[in-house]
Ligand binder design. Sequence first.
Ligand SMILES: [Fe+2]
Ligand SMILES: [Fe+2]
Length: 308
Amino acid sequence: MPERLRNSPETVASNMNPVNDKMNRLLDKYLPKRKPLSLEDYDWDAMNSELTNPDLLKCLRFVAEVESNPQAPAKNLLKAADENGATWKRRFVEDGWLHEESMHGVLLRECAIRSGTPQELIDEEIEQVRAREFTIGENYSSLKADVYGWMQEATTWRFYQAMLNEAKDPVLRQVLIDIAKQENFHRHVYFEGAKTTLEHNPDAAKEVVDTVAEFIMPGQIMAPDLQQEAPRWAKKFNFSTRQLMREQASGLIELIGHEGLGESAIAYGVNNAPWYIKGPLAPLKKLDNARVYHLFGKLADSAVGKKK
Ligand SMILES: [Fe+2]
Ligand SMILES: [Fe+2]
């Protein structure tokens, strides 16, 4: 096994200066051009009053609730940034990510209520989400936070696109399109953060492996009751786990190579692979396929909200 995967210290703060330089250049390029979303951007009166699709209605309530407390993950992201000297990440969270994520919850709540969700119900559940402890990433290094952010944003982006397969109302569609675009931007920044950190801290590759092996979606902690319905919604809305897993497998290979992908699978353990993951990963023949399939089967389950 390569040394970098076996024995790595947490990300080395002293190697963060070149990472901050490069990531700040990326933020200089993107942040000034970010256009914040707002309630005023949409013609709410044009929204069809009641959604006749009960699955989409309930799913809207679910995503509105999961998006209703970005301050909790932000706290963990900022701690990871500060403890590792990743000043670029504090800048990204404070000047970009948190503003954008805060509006997602607001817009989705508005969509849910205007589509027929009782306001008292969603507001009571949002209170519960905010009162829940958010444990994901509490002790993450900067690199782990980036890897987690990349995987989570990618999954969220693709999930909103799946909701678009189902949504007919033009206002709802525009909200989902706008939010999905922002999730894709977040995915890109976190992925670049992870890639740049690894370029300057190659010994930290095992942190990537560990993060992948323990990955779960925030909804499993934030809204566990509604999350139980997500696998059914994913199927009904044609959420493509194949596409997502193919993207995540190639992202992982870009970050830590084929050995890293194999190691991630080994870190998760060996078991039977679900059938639906074998096709997309067929090109990775040289690896221990059963393990890789199993890892991605688990990630696919997590993406659609099935418990391990
Ligand atoms: Fe979001
Ligand atoms: Fe996001």
